[in-house]
Design a protein around this ligand. Sequence first.
Ligand code: ZN
Length: 147
Amino acid sequence: MSDLADLYQEVILDHNRRPRNFHTLAGASHSAEGYNPLCGDRLTLYLKVADGVVADVSFEGAGCAISKASASLMTDAIKGRTVSEVQALFDRFHRMVTTPPGQPVEDMGKLSALAGVREFPVRVKCASLAWHTLKAAMANEHQTSTE
Ligand code: ZN
């Protein structure tokens, strides 16, 4: 394994062990529940959007290390961003995890820790669950599923 792969592994383990923004959110303006039936991952995402900016975000739930780390990394990445920046980030993340293995992908900082899921198609659902749930929350749909 390369040093870079080790580093990415460490980021995922760290965010799984100590997930950031892992709580409910009083005064949330948006929320959605996500479920990945392939793995059994479940999460609820809370957003507080004010003046077109994600002022706060949090999540709760239970699932595998990849799904939890991805949700944790996502909340860190979107906090303080405008809704249009978040939508652009969703598109970039989606492109990163759906690019075939072996092809180059954009550097997304810490979010790049999840680029390795491309090698494991089932894991792509785990990594994308938080992002699909985010999209549903922003669209004010209550439930989403990666199916
Ligand atoms: Zn999973």
